[in-house]
Design a protein around this ligand. Structure first.
Ligand code: 9MR
Length: 372
């Protein structure tokens, strides 16, 4: 009898405890929200892939609406997807993204209007300057025009610079000359008068590339063309975040009278086959188990580095909250990150604030704590 009573009591106690635990779990995601905590400081964004835009990934959908008030399409507005033939446009996914933004009150940053990468095959094969010019003009007018006022902002030109600050040797530089950046903004300004217009690139916090970006932005401004902001992508390594350069960049870019955005933030924790950080999608290296050391989980010491990295960065972003307009993570959770496949395919990386089970990581807590 006594034993039975104890059993019953024990079962009730276990139920109460687990009920409390699941409430606590819900509270983490229900009540603590990055976008709420940072709402007076800057927008908090995420990159969205196709499945997330179509709301096929229900766990992601929960986080997207709770945590973010800005979103960038990871791939579906790039020219190879949205403009697959000379006279053919595919607006299906971009329209769905705009609808998602409306539904969850998420500001959409469209990405990327003019970019040398992920171009449709027919553009890569163009030989004469006139045809390239025609594609360039039609593309900007049609795509930016369609989404004017429906998206909040555009990455008008993406990655037009080399590491030394000179212009990247792309099809646009080769066929249209160095003024193509100013021209892209001029056309975007006409097609999308109600949309903010940004220049976006990686490593532009680095002094030489930053100087190139500043020269580019000044040139656009000197031509009387509108540019509203600059996006520093922010693909860094947790163990090597260039905080001083980032701070200097916020100061120098904002002195040009434009907003500074961190547009593709992720902090890789895996060994890099080369020195330095980059985000050039054409760079690839061979897989080896040695280069994938955390396939079965992240050691506490590395997790701590990641947490500290995010804490340092957000401290800096908060210091300049009047100048920083948005901080966007390049993915909702670790499983989605491009860093699992680049520069070495098939690795397990941990660069974001939510883990593979959509649970907030210690780095999330650290970022939230800065505001408590
Ligand atoms: O995250 C994107 C990945 O899914 C694509 O395969 C890749 C292809 O070019 O592009 C990735 O996003 C890039 C972004 O559009 C521009 N900056 C660098 C990003 C990471 O490569």
């Amino acid at each position: 009898m006594i034993k039975n009573k104890f059993n019953r009591f024990g079962i009730i106690a276990i139920c109460l405890l687990s009920f409390g635990y699941s409430c606590a779990q819900k509270n983490i995601s229900k009540n603590i929200s990055l976008k709420e905590v940072y709402k007076k400081d800057f927008l908090i964004g995420t990159a969205l892939n196709g499945r997330q835009i179509e709301e096929k990934d229900s766990n992601a959908v929960v986080l997207i609406q709770q945590q973010f008030n800005a979103a960038t399409p990871e791939n579906i507005m790039k020219s190879e997807v949205i403009h697959p033939g000379w006279d053919t446009y595919n607006f299906d996914m971009a329209d769905k993204l705009v609808a998602l933004g409306k539904k969850y009150k998420i500001k959409i940053n469209a990405h990327a209007l003019i970019w040398h990468s992920q171009l449709p095959g027919y553009v890569r094969r163009l030989k004469d300057a006139d045809s390239v010019k025609q594609f360039f003009t039609n593309h900007i007018k049609t795509v930016a025009g369609r989404y004017d006022g429906k998206v909040f902002s555009w990455d008008v030109v993406n990655e037009a610079l080399e590491e030394d600050g000179t212009m990247r040797k792309s099809i646009f530089l080769e066929k249209l000359g160095p003024d193509f950046v100013t021209e892209a903004f001029r056309l975007a300004q006409q097609a999308a008068p109600n949309t903010e217009l940004y220049y976006n690139d990686y490593n532009i916090e680095q002094p030489k590339k930053r100087a190139g970006a500043i020269a580019l932005i000044k040139k656009i401004q000197a031509a009387g063309v509108r540019i509203d902001g600059v996006g520093i992508q922010g693909h860094w390594r947790a163990s090597n975040i260039p905080l001083k350069d980032i701070e200097q960049s916020i100061v120098e870019f904002s002195a040009l009278g434009i907003k500074v955005m961190f547009t593709e933030l992720d902090l890789g924790v895996l060994p890099n086959p080369w020195d330095g950080d980059a985000a050039d999608v054409n760079m690839k290296a061979e897989y080896s188990a040695k280069m994938n050391p955390y396939a079965n989980g992240l050691p506490d010491s590395v997790e701590a580095k990641l947490t500290k990295g995010y804490e340092d960065l957000f401290k800096l972003f908060l210091k300049y909250k009047g100048k920083v307009g948005r901080v966007t993570f390049w993915g909702v959770n670790d499983s989605q990150s491009w860093l699992n496949g680049w520069p070495i395919p098939g690795r397990t990386n941990y660069p974001l604030l939510f883990d593979r089970n959509f649970k907030p990581k210690p780095a999330f807590d650290a970022v939230i704590k800065l505001k408590k």
